[in-house]
Write a protein that binds this ligand. Structure first.
Ligand code: MG
Length: 303
């Protein structure tokens, strides 16, 4: 079977991260529209369940104070409430269209244009929109919290609910589901083997990593059973892609993944030098907050 996520070296797929976080409010329909307008044909978005097992598009398990205002227009004084405790109707009261300038987070995205009134989309709303764009590749990242299970639905629910929607909208062939919590991906392998899976990893020393052999986030898997190799372990799960943090990637690891027919999509690559280095290394996908910047560096900008 052909791996649709593989690309020619030097011609990576550009994935707009959370839509296009550097340009427009993250994980909003306006951000997804923007990708379409500039001719970017792949998107990454974050999904978790609201109350009643309804998948919605938002990164944090608690409503983030960095870009959320309540129905009265006040910034949240602290993160929360939990998304899992709110119905979709209740979530609709919040405005996520502007960064709170008092937060460090806001200073990271100085070019982000505000769009007051932007709402948290449901996954169904997004998939309905995506049906019309037959050329769009969709990377759904499922957010799941192995070490804090009270922050969301269990991995099996998330896998089932997202897969069901993807199938219902007839989009299995152009969706890839990724997660740092590989229990979600194991559940998907059983429930919906026709949907492509991508294994996210973060391995920087001294920081919180999901690569702990035998740990919950790796669903108990151990690199020792795969010659000590992360790409080999991931390929053995029937994965279509490995999504490493870009600084964890080396030419040798990339070559090993390619030999196993794994696509390699690096995240989150934002500055020019890093983008150039990933293009030169030959990755299959670049996940970026600045998709137009990658287009420009690839010389493929759509006028
Ligand atoms: Mg994500």
């Amino acid at each position: 079977m052909t791996n649709i996520l593989r690309r020619q070296a030097g011609q990576p797929q550009i994935y707009g991260h959370r839509g296009a976080r550097g340009v427009l409010p993250e994980n909003t329909m306006a951000g997804f529209d923007y990708l379409h307008e500039i001719g970017v044909t792949a998107v990454e978005l974050d999904v978790q369940n609201a109350k009643g097992r309804v998948p919605v598009i938002l990164h944090d398990p608690l409503l983030p104070m960095a870009h959320t205002r309540d129905a009265q227009g006040n910034w949240l004084p602290a993160p929360g409430p939990k998304v899992i405790d709110l119905s979709v109707d209740a979530l609709r009261h919040y405005d996520i269209g502007r960064l709170n300038g008092a937060t460090d987070y806001a200073s990271r995205y100085p070019q982000q244009r505000p769009l007051d009134g932007a709402r948290i989309p449901t996954l169904a709303e997004f998939l309905d929109w995506a049906q019309a764009d037959a050329g769009l590749l969709i990377n759904i990242e499922i957010k799941s919290h192995a070490h804090q299970p009270d922050l969301g639905d269990p991995p099996e629910f998330l896998a089932e609910d997202v897969a069901q929607l993807v199938q219902q909208f007839g989009l299995s062939a152009r969706v890839v589901i990724s997660s740092f919590d590989w229990r979600v991906l194991s559940a998907l392998r059983r429930l919906a083997p026709d949907i492509a899976r991508a294994y996210l990893s973060f391995e920087q020393q001294g920081q919180e990593t999901n690569i702990v052999d035998g740990g919950a986030l790796m669903d108990g898997l151990d690199r020792a059973d795969f010659g000590g190799s992360l790409p080999a372990l991931i390929a053995a799960q029937g994965a279509k892609a490995w999504c490493p943090y870009f600084r964890d990637l080396t030419p040798a690891r990339l070559a090993e993944a390619h030999a196993l027919d794994l696509a390699v999509n690096a995240w989150t690559v934002n500055n020019d030098d890093d983008i150039r280095s990933m293009i030169a290394m030959g990755v299959d996908g670049i996940i970026t907050d600045y998709p137009a910047r990658v287009q420009q560096l690839l010389g493929a900008a759509v006028a």
